[in-house]
Design a protein around this ligand. Structure first.
Ligand code: ABN
Length: 178
């Protein structure tokens, strides 16, 4: 490879003698500019950045925050009185392991802000273990005194189960309210 080294050195020296550094840099710059204009500009996805910006509170984005089902202000809980099963090893609509849904319950009507519609919600206590003690919510929208027993929420609805111990409360969507 010695011949290649010699040839390369000779060529480099010739270029160095015949060209100033400034004009060489100018030529490189022109070449780069010309190739950037000639190459097609490929599209690329910027939506991730927009969602990130909206999430960070920059405003104007379309990304929505997922509702927090462990907070009392989650829409389904508008008529609840009890410990949220989603804080006790269950979900908003299912009992934690080792408990079972109450055979009776009470009914509320809550508006889903996502679609502006009203839904019937069946509030059933989960029975068979002692009180969960986490995320107590007492929301009471549409709640009625005990003479309207199915709309009254301040009751241990495990009363009809074999095991009457109250653990937590679920909020099951029954359907659209007419
Ligand atoms: N329905 C929830 C509940 C259980 C026990 C006592 C009051 C309210």
């Amino acid at each position: 490879m010695k011949w290649f080294d010699d040839w390369f050195e000779r060529s480099a020296r010739k270029v160095a003698h015949s060209t100033s550094r400034r004009s060489a840099l100018a030529r490189v710059g022109r070449t780069l500019l010309a190739s950037s204009m000639a190459l097609p500009v490929l599209p690329f996805d910027r939506t991730g950045g927009q969602a990130h910006a909206a999430g960070a509170g920059a405003g104007g984005g379309t990304a929505k925050k997922a509702p927090d089902e462990s907070q009392c202000d989650y829409w389904r809980y508008c008529g609840i009185d009890g410990f949220l099963c989603s804080c006790c090893g269950g979900t908003p609509s299912s009992c934690p392991p080792g408990t079972e849904p109450s055979k009776v319950g009470w009914i509320g009507t809550c508006r889903n802000p996502a679609d502006g519609k009203d839904y019937l919600i069946s509030y059933n206590d989960c029975c068979g273990k002692n009180s969960c003690g986490r995320c107590l919510c007492n929301m009471n929208l549409g709640e009625r005194p005990a003479y309207r027993i199915s709309l009254h929420n301040d009751v241990n609805w495990c009363m009809a189960n074999d095991n009457n111990m109250f653990h937590c409360t679920t909020s099951v969507i029954v359907g659209l309210a007419q």
